[in-house]
Every structure is written in C-alpha cells, then in structure tokens.
Design a protein around this ligand. Structure first.
Ligand code: GDP
Length: 384
C-alpha cells in the first residue's frame, strides 16, 4: 500500500515538473516570434519617438499633413543697388579699418624716418596691395609729404585718399555691358575657381538686374557640381527668374547654348551663365571654358565675361586670375568676400597687375550683399 502511495506521489511530481518545463518553453517561443517593431517599442528604442507626432517646444502638435509637391516661392523685389551702398560701406569700413588706421597712424608721426616708411610699405604689402603698386604708392607719398611738409591729420588723410584712389584707376570703365545687340540678349558669362562665389554672384547679379527692371534668365552650366544648379535655381526662384539646367555631368557648352537660345526666344534682356571651375585639371578647364565661349558666340557676342575672385585668397587670387586671362578674355572682375578680410588691397593688385577693372564687390552672403565697385567710396571706407 505504502509503495502505491509513494508511486503516485512520484508520478504527480514528475507531471508537475513536465508541465513547468513546457510552460517556460512556450513563453520563450512567443517572445522570439514578436514582430521587430513590437520588440523595439518594448525595448524603448528610437522607433517609438519617430512614430510620435512631432511637438513644438510649447507642447503643441505640429501639423504633418503631406506638403504639396510644388511649393510656391514668394517672389521678392530686390532693392536697387545704389540704396545698398550705405550699409555696404559701413561693413567695408569695419573689415578694412586696420589698413586705413595703420597707414594714417604712421603717416601722422612728426618726422617720418626710414623705419616709418618701411612700416607703411609693410602695411600695404600685408593688405595684399602687391609689390609694384606698393612701391609706386610709397614713392609718391614720400614726394608729396616732402612737398607739403608737416601736414595736419586731415591733410594726410586727403593725401592718402588721392594716392589710393589713383592706384585704383578711377577712370576705368566699370559699367556692366548689358546692351542687347539686334534683339539678342546680353550674355554675361561668369567664370572662376570653385568656391570663389561664382554661383552666389550669378544669383546676386540676377537680383540686381531684376531690381533695375530687366528681364533675366539664368544658365546653370556648372554641370559638374550637382548642388550648383540647385543653388542657382533657388536664387532665381526668389526673384522670379527661370534657370535653364542640363543633366548632371552633361556638356556645359550645350547648357550654356541652350540657356541663350531660350533667353532669345523668351525675349529676355540678359542671360547670366554660371560655369564650372575645377582648377585641378587646368588644361581641361581651359578647353572647356574656351568651348563654352566659342559655342555661345555662335549665337551672338558675349557681352561680359566676369572673373569671380575670392579676396581672402590674397596674392593667390592674382595668380588664379592670370590663369583665367590666358584662357578667355576677361572683361571685369567680381571680388567676393571683401567682408571677411582686412586685405582689401587685393583690389589694387588685381587692377594694376592684370589691368582688369574690378566691377563688382561681394560684401557678404546675403542676397543683396553685392555692390558696384567705386574707388572713391572704397577708399573712403578704408580710411574712415
Ligand atoms: P562657387 O563654387 O564659385 O559657385 O561658389 P559659391 O557661390 O557656392 O560660394 C562659395 C561660398 O562662398 C558660399 O558659402 C557663399 O555663401 C560664400 N560667398 C560668396 N560670396 C560671398 C561674399 O561676398 N562674402 C562672404 N562672406 N561669403 C561669400
């Protein structure tokens, strides 16, 4: 009897153990079969956060209804360039003051020694005026100060103003040539190395022209940098100007040609063509730019070929400019980023050493930070 009872107890215990084993296996299977989302949600992963509607810092929900595929860009009416001069002047004065202040402080010393003249020379060279122009300016200043003797601060300022304005070639023709010939739009070809500010300058020029009441079309012939065409299109859209683009990596000359053809058909006043500037293959770039210009000239003359130079690259910019002048005939220079350098003397170097007129200056990344270059305003800002 006892044996029977013991046998039943052992059997019951075995059954209980077996049931426990099966239940634990069943739980494990369920967990492994959970869908991944449920698993990550349970684990508190980033998925949960992404699925929650975004909220503003004040706790309100943001409407995340799907956007229409084409968003209407409000068209802006840029201010005419003349009215920007005051703002640009003060910015120029801020970034260039060390040159003006440096020169004036040495010049106002009672008797100028050889060391003082060397200091003046070093200040001019340090501001990227270039050796030839520096020597010329210093020689003339020496003669003038000898003639006028001990001069007042105002007298010295005036003297320096005259010398700097003269060094900036005040009689150079700086007007953009934008006359259309036989109903053909004026073509402005914009060249320069990558990063110099070409695309930005094309956009800014389009704004200036629209502000002056001209109709404009943009050509995105920098087909090597995908972002360039996008960037140019955005600039254009802001002022209601259309951009002609080509396939990425396509032939820049055919995009340029197409832009001018479409511009002529639409009867616009000016077509501004952006180009690529990869200087690491100098020969390739030369051929490409020459081809762009040659192809454009099949339709009519190119009114302006503007070389964009980054003022912060200093004398290197002059070297770059020389390379470009060997490739195509440059009719004017746009000196960008003058807001970010105290080396405004590069304006003098570019003009004296290359004989190219600086026509426009870039003084910031803002849409209206482009101004016509004027030697008197520039010198005034330098010495203020
Ligand atoms: P690209 O490669 O020659 O077409 O050069 P981008 O037009 O793309 O310009 C390169 C960078 O220079 C951009 O970040 C521009 O915003 C900036 N840039 C262009 N012009 C100026 C300027 O006058 N002042 C400053 N501070 N930045 C500028």
């Amino acid at each position: 009897m006892d044996i029977v009872v013991i046998g039943i107890v052992v059997l019951v215990l075995l059954l209980v153990a077996l049931a426990g084993f099966l239940v634990s296996r069943g739980r494990q299977t369920t967990r492994l079969a959970d869908p991944p989302a449920a698993r990550s949600t349970a684990a508190g992963s980033g998925t949960t956060t992404l699925e929650r509607p975004p909220t503003r810092p004040d706790g309100d929900s943001i409407d995340i209804a799907p956007r229409p595929s084409t968003v209407a860009v409000p068209v802006e009416m840029p201010e005419p360039s003349a009215s920007r001069m005051f703002r640009l002047r003060s910015r120029l004065a801020r970034s260039q003051s060390s040159l003006g202040r440096g020169l004036l402080s040495v010049l106002s010393r009672e008797r100028l020694t050889e060391d003082d003249w060397e200091e003046i020379e070093a200040t001019l060279l340090g501001a990227d005026v270039g050796v030839a122009a520096t020597t010329e300016i210093v020689d003339r200043l020496r003669t003038q100060t000898r003639v006028i003797g001990a001069a007042s601060a105002d007298g010295l300022r005036e003297l320096l103003t005259v010398e700097l304005v003269n060094a900036l070639d005040p009689d150079a023709d700086r007007e953009l040539r934008l006359a259309s010939v036989d109903g053909h739009p004026a073509v402005v070809l914009v060249v320069g190395v990558n990063g110099s500010g070409k695309t930005t300058t094309c956009g800014k020029i389009a704004r200036v022209l629209v502000g002056e009441g001209r109709s404009v079309l943009l050509g995105a012939a920098d087909t090597f940098r995908a972002a360039a065409a996008e960037q140019l299109t955005t600039w254009g859209e802001r002022v209601g100007v259309r951009t002609v683009r080509g396939p990425e990596g396509g032939d820049p000359a055919s995009v340029a040609f197409d832009a001018v053809r479409q511009g002529a058909e639409a009867g616009v006043d000016v077509v501004v063509v952006d180009t690529a500037g990869r200087l690491h293959t100098k020969a390739g770039l030369m051929d490409e730019l020459r081809k762009v210009k040659r192809v454009l000239e099949k339709r009519g003359p190119v009114a302006e070929t503007l070389l964009v130079l980054d003022a912060t690259t200093g004398q290197n910019g002059v070297v770059q400019a020389r390379v470009f002048t060997e490739m195509v005939e440059i009719s004017g220079v746009v000196l960008t980023k003058l807001d970010g350098t105290a080396k405004g003397g590069i304006v003098i170097a570019v003009q004296r050493e290359l004989g190219l007129p600086v026509k426009l200056i870039g003084l910031g990344e803002g849409p209206d930070d482009l101004a016509p270059f004027d030697p008197v305003t520039f010198t005034d800002a330098l010495l203020s």
